[in-house]
Write a protein that binds this ligand. Structure first.
Ligand code: AMP
Length: 189
């Protein structure tokens, strides 16, 4: 069976993590979240975690070399051989290039890029609510603002890159979680 090789793009707070987990289950591919891998490393106290934490706490991106190396290692795991869903990667032009090289070296290509769109006021509200629930260190108001700025500067331009390649599908991320999952499934069918 041919499985999807999918990127989920979208601003912080658009619901990527929640939808990635649901979609990955439906599509029978691993959901690979760079943010989750970094957070796991932070809580395990690894060297990678120590390096990443100062960037994460400030709402900045972890340097490309570090992130790229981590993703290359993850995509080389056997469970990603038939397909994957990347949540939160690539986020910069250099990461797009790295992902292209990783896939080209394996004779694979992306099958879909989905942009989960969201209203800015709504995402700020969601992130503030999540901060109260989950206590994430990078969910304070000033860090949230910085994360949205960094997204606009460095990641939003990737939408055009993938659109020019004819891979982009835009899905409205607002509304109930189940509704959004249905929209995503329809968009990928
Ligand atoms: P996320 O859970 O996807 O919002 O990621 C949380 C934080 O991890 C981000 O604010 C960044 O500091 C870091 N991070 C996650 N993915 C990347 C990436 N692709 N490139 C650089 N930093 C990342």
């Amino acid at each position: 069976m041919t499985r999807v090789r999918l990127i989920l793009l979208g601003p912080p707070g658009a619901g990527k993590g929640t939808q990635a987990a649901r979609l990955a289950e439906r599509l029978d591919v691993p959901a690979i979240s760079t943010g989750d891998i970094f957070r796991q490393n932070v809580s395990d106290g690894t060297e990678l975690g120590q390096l990443a934490q100062k960037y994460m706490d400030a709402g900045e991106y972890v340097p490309d070399e570090v992130t790229n190396h981590m993703v290359a290692a993850r995509l080389a795991q056997p469970d990603a051989a038939d397909g994957f869903l990347l949540d939160g990667y690539p986020r910069t032009a250099a990461q797009v290039d790295e992902l292209d090289s990783i896939l080209a070296a394996q004779g694979r290509e992306l099958s879909h890029v989905v942009e989960l769109t969201a209203d800015t006021d709504e995402v700020v509200q969601r992130l503030l609510a999540r901060a109260q629930d989950q206590g994430r260190a990078d969910d304070t108001e000033s860090v949230i603002r910085r994360r949205l700025e960094v997204y606009a500067e460095q990641t939003a331009p990737l939408v055009d890159v993938y659109s020019q390649r004819g891979l982009l599908v835009q899905v409205d991320g607002m509304g109930a979680v189940d509704e959004v999952t249905e929209r995503l499934s329809t968009a990928l069918a």
